[in-house]
Write a protein that binds this ligand. Structure first.
Ligand code: IPD
Length: 261
């Protein structure tokens, strides 16, 4: 694999070990619910001891392997840098805290402002999504591709929700999506929601506001699997979040109209 001094191949390889080690630690907490110490950061915004422990582990391992790299994480924060890892130690924390298996470790890597690598690991099922820009996307080593769905009446769309935007935004998105004939659902992990579009399990993921650590890995994976994605990192996307739309090509026009993106 050519890697003219950028270190991307090295990081592409390293991210697999990072995600697997983080996933193993998170899984130990998942199976020891008494140790979870669940608290609330805000309404419907869960935090467990595992979130902090997994992010601390990721930060330590990245610093050991790539001492010059910076980290932006959901729990510890961070800022833009030339070589930047964007991590969500546990995405789908509400599911995790309630004992539901739909959660993941999400690790993105961005160089000079360009999202280059994405890894999403779902420890309970063992499914591992991986992509490097220009090199395709895989699940458990096998190439993945978005669905060929071309009609909204055959489409399934996941619509993410948080209290960061007024309820009317969410209800409006659900209504317009369903009025267009699609099945609307919500499974409460933005990272996995985007990975599922990449994998052809759903046809679109959208949310009126989401943070960069939820989407950094998924946007690389989905782009490499043939999805249309909005320019999430425009403006203040990295630090402050943005709306997101990730979509199978056949329903892009319909979904862009519905989302206003
Ligand atoms: C949340 C999940 C959820 C999405 C929210 C995120 P967290 O992240 O990805 O699906 O709708 O916008 O904040 O708290 O589980 O890491």
């Amino acid at each position: 694999m050519s890697d003219p001094g950028t270190g991307l191949a090295q990081r592409h390889l390293a991210v697999v070990g990072l995600a697997r080690e983080a996933g193993a630690l998170a899984l130990r907490y998942f199976h020891d619910r008494a140790a979870l110490g669940t608290t609330m950061k805000g309404a419907q915004d869960f935090l467990t001891v595992a979130d902090g422990a997994v992010e601390t582990l990721l930060r330590r391992r990245i610093a050991e392997a790539f001492p010059g790299d910076a980290v932006l994480g959901e729990e510890g924060g961070g800022a833009a840098a030339e070589r930047l890892w964007i991590v969500d130690p546990i995405d789908g924390t509400a599911n995790f805290a309630r004992g539901e298996p739909h959660w993941c470790i999400s690790i993105g890597y961005m160089q000079a402002g360009v999202p280059e690598i994405g890894a999403i690991f779902m420890p309970v099922t063992g499914e591992f999504y991986l992509a490097r820009r220009g090199h395709g996307a895989t699940r458990d080593g096998a190439a993945i591709r978005v669905a060929a769905t071309a009609e909204m009446r055959m489409a399934t769309v996941e619509i993410g929700w948080s209290t960061r935007r007024p309820l009317g935004d969410y209800v409006g998105l659900v209504r317009r999506t369903m009025e267009a004939g699609a099945n609307a659902k919500r499974a409460a992990s933005g990272a996995l929601g985007i990975a599922y579009v990449a994998d052809g399990r759903t046809d679109a993921y959208t949310e009126s506001h989401i943070n960069s650590w939820d989407v950094a890995a998924g946007l690389v994976i989905a782009g490499e699997a043939g999805a249309w994605t909005n320019d999430f990192f425009s403006g203040d996307g990295l630090a402050g979040g943005n709306p997101v739309l990730v979509c199978a090509p056949g329903i892009v026009a319909a979904m862009r109209g519905i989302c206003g993106l």
